[in-house]
Ligand binder design. Structure first.
Ligand SMILES: Cc1cc2nc3c(=O)[nH]c(=O)nc-3n(C[C@H](O)[C@H](O)[C@H](O)COP(=O)(O)OP(=O)(O)OC[C@H]3O[C@@H](n4cnc5c(N)ncnc54)[C@H](O)[C@@H]3O)c2cc1C
Length: 555
């Protein structure tokens, strides 16, 4: 299929194609799992449609710890296959998007009375290096107390024994999802957000088509395909219920919370992965102007569409962080932002949340619905491959002949691409100079632009230079918005401030500063009337409130 620009300004064309086509595959859900399947399927030659009821990556795929990691702690549960798969995927993703999947040195402090001893940690990290096929530079090192303290002076000297030092990769989950979707669209996939699947229609007990609602116009749309995949994460069982195919295999949702501090409140020199008294592990990760800490892992039965942080969540993380870094003495007033997300895990009788496997599983119903649950951000490519192989079992032989072998391990995630860490560093340096000339004094902006947009920043900077009104910062934010509207299907204030730019979590103050400018431009791009402007403002205010407040109970 020819490509339609990945912009909401072309929504009518997308909808027309959706109405008038019979696709090989419809994917319900635009998180990382759906995005990965869309790219795998479209690049191999299938005609693909993906619909997302809200914004892309508005579910769990924007609420993770934002690591592409091998899952060191899964070694404890002897999940050898999972550690191997996640571990080896890291290097591939780093190669495909070196600005977005970036090596991050991780320090695992060994503490008197902690659950990790020196010998076991050394052995564990060695097995991890082996399973994850880690290159020489990234291999684990065991550090004595002195060297550990040098890496992280905020650790408690009194109880510190030493440390394990190894490599993980950091990412931005929502940006990763978006870039994959954009690549899928470049292979002809038809992809839209704000289109919700409501019900199935059947012929001879097999799915004939799905009924959807376009939330932008409130119009009903029927979508027809030969295969249907539900990649709806925490909503997988709701879709299986609609298909009357929910059986003994069920989701087990657990909630994970992260809290964000201004960097100066928790000025760690590097990422730390530490154990807390209940035996769980918590990450503390510096990012730009902030340091974030997470996660919790508790059973969840509240509202799937509004997952919030409770007082007990924030207290748990504060106790953990103050225990590990006693000098910082952080309180709830120091927390700048937070997010809470749901792990769509597969239920296993008698297991606690953190004991549940993170492995993915595919369920195929008698009606033909293929659902995928479980899994991790890190494994999206492999999960996508398994789903598409399942789809291909039902594709007629004549069509199958034209289907290519999977080659997503060679498809760069952005166009144009940065190809190596050296290119990324040079690009950031060049951006720093350009931004200084442009009048931007914020030293984080170059790194932010590069890690958010990669080389696509060139278009944004050119646009910013062409805007004449406003301060340098306003012109740049307006240009980021322009890029989001024209190239990334940005529909709403939240799309821009939360998923396209992560400002809600990592630069919340910039939202208060730029809300009016962004709202004004968006109203003009989309011709919003007073009622729509109010709805948008109200929704953004609710998100800002939830990111800065703690509730007694779940919704
Ligand atoms: C706290 C936490 C930390 C984590 N940390 C990491 C990590 O560091 N590294 C890692 O690899 N993994 C991590 N994970 C796991 C990872 O984030 C998830 O496995 C992954 O994001 C799930 O993606 P998904 O696409 O399956 O689900 P989602 O991202 O939730 O996507 C499902 C989508 O389906 C849409 N949808 C639902 N119903 C419909 C419908 N009727 N019509 C249309 N669309 C619909 C939803 O709106 C949603 O956007 C973490 C998870 C949590 C909760």
């Amino acid at each position: 299929m020819n490509t339609i620009p990945f912009s909401v300004l072309h929504r009518a064309e997308h909808l027309e194609r959706i109405r008038n086509s019979i696709f090989d595959l419809v994917i319900i859900g635009g998180g990382i799992t759906g995005a990965g399947i869309a790219l795998e399927a479209a690049s191999r030659g299938l005609e693909v449609c993906l619909i997302e009821k809200n914004d892309f990556a508005s579910g769990t795929s924007n609420k993770s710890t934002k690591l592409i990691h091998g899952g060191l702690r899964y070694l404890k549960q002897f999940e050898i296959g999972l550690v191997h798969e996640s571990g080896t995927e890291r290097a591939i993703l780093n190669h495909l998007a070196p600005h977005l999947v970036v090596p991050e040195k991780m320090l695992l402090p060994l503490i008197e009375g902690g659950s990790y001893g020196k010998t076991l940690t050394s052995l564990g990290l060695m097995v991890y290096d082996f399973l994850a096929d880690v290159n020489e530079d990234d291999k684990r090192k065991m550090l004595d107390k002195h060297k550990t303290l040098k890496k992280e002076p905020l650790l408690d000297e009194q109880f510190l024994l030493g440390g394990g030092y190894y490599t993980e990769y950091r990412t931005d989950d929502a940006r990763l999802t978006l870039e994959i979707l954009k690549q899928a669209a470049s292979f002809g996939a038809t992809i839209i957000n704000y289109c919700e699947m409501k019900s199935f229609n059947y012929t001879d007990s097999k799915i004939e088509n799905i009924e959807c609602i376009d939330h932008n116009t409130n119009e009903r749309i029927t979508i027809t395909a030969t295969n249907y995949v539900s990649a709806t994460g925490p909503w997988v069982d709701i879709i299986r219920k609609k298909d009357v195919s929910l059986n003994h295999k069920r989701l087990h949702l657990t909630k994970g919370v992260h809290i964000v501090f201004p960097f100066e409140k928790l000025p760690i020199k590097q990422s730390i992965y530490f154990d807390v008294p209940d035996g769980r592990m918590v990450f503390a990760i510096p990012r730009g102007k902030t340091t974030y800490v997470g996660t919790t892992d508790t059973n969840y039965s509240g509202d799937l569409d509004r997952v919030v942080t409770t007082i007990s969540d924030v207290n748990y993380l504060l106790i953990a962080i103050n225990g590990m870094f006693p000098s910082v003495k952080l309180t709830v007033d120091d927390v700048e932002s937070n997010w809470a997300g749901l792990r769509p895990l597969i239920h296993e009788d008698g297991k606690d949340p953190s004991e549940l496997s993170r492995k993915d599983e595919i369920f195929v119903s008698d009606s033909g619905l293929i659902s995928i649950a479980g899994g991790k951000l890190t494994g999206y490519r492999k999960m996508a491959h398994r789903v598409v192989e399942t789809v291909l079992k039902t594709i007629p032989k004549e069509k199958k002949e034209f289907i290519k072998e999977s080659f997503t391990d060679t498809i760069p995630l952005t166009t144009p691409a940065l190809k190596s860490a050296e290119e990324v560093n040079h690009y950031i340096e060049a951006l720093e100079n350009q931004l200084t000339d442009f009048g931007i004094t914020d030293t984080f902006y170059a790194a932010y632009l590069c890690s958010t947009f990669g080389r696509q920043t060139d278009l944004i900077l050119d646009k910013a230079k062409s805007i004449t009104a406003g301060t340098s910062n306003e012109r740049l934010v307006k240009a980021e918005l322009w890029y989001g509207v024209y190239y990334e299907m940005t529909n709403t204030l939240a799309d821009f401030f939360v998923r396209r730019t992560s400002r809600l979590y990592f630069d919340i103050n910039s939202i208060y500063k730029h809300l009016d400018v962004v709202l004004k431009d968006m109203s003009q791009y989309f011709n919003w009337d007073a009622e729509k402007i109010k709805t948008e403002k109200d929704h953004m205010e609710q998100l800002l409130y939830d990111a800065t407040h703690y509730y007694e109970t779940e919704f």
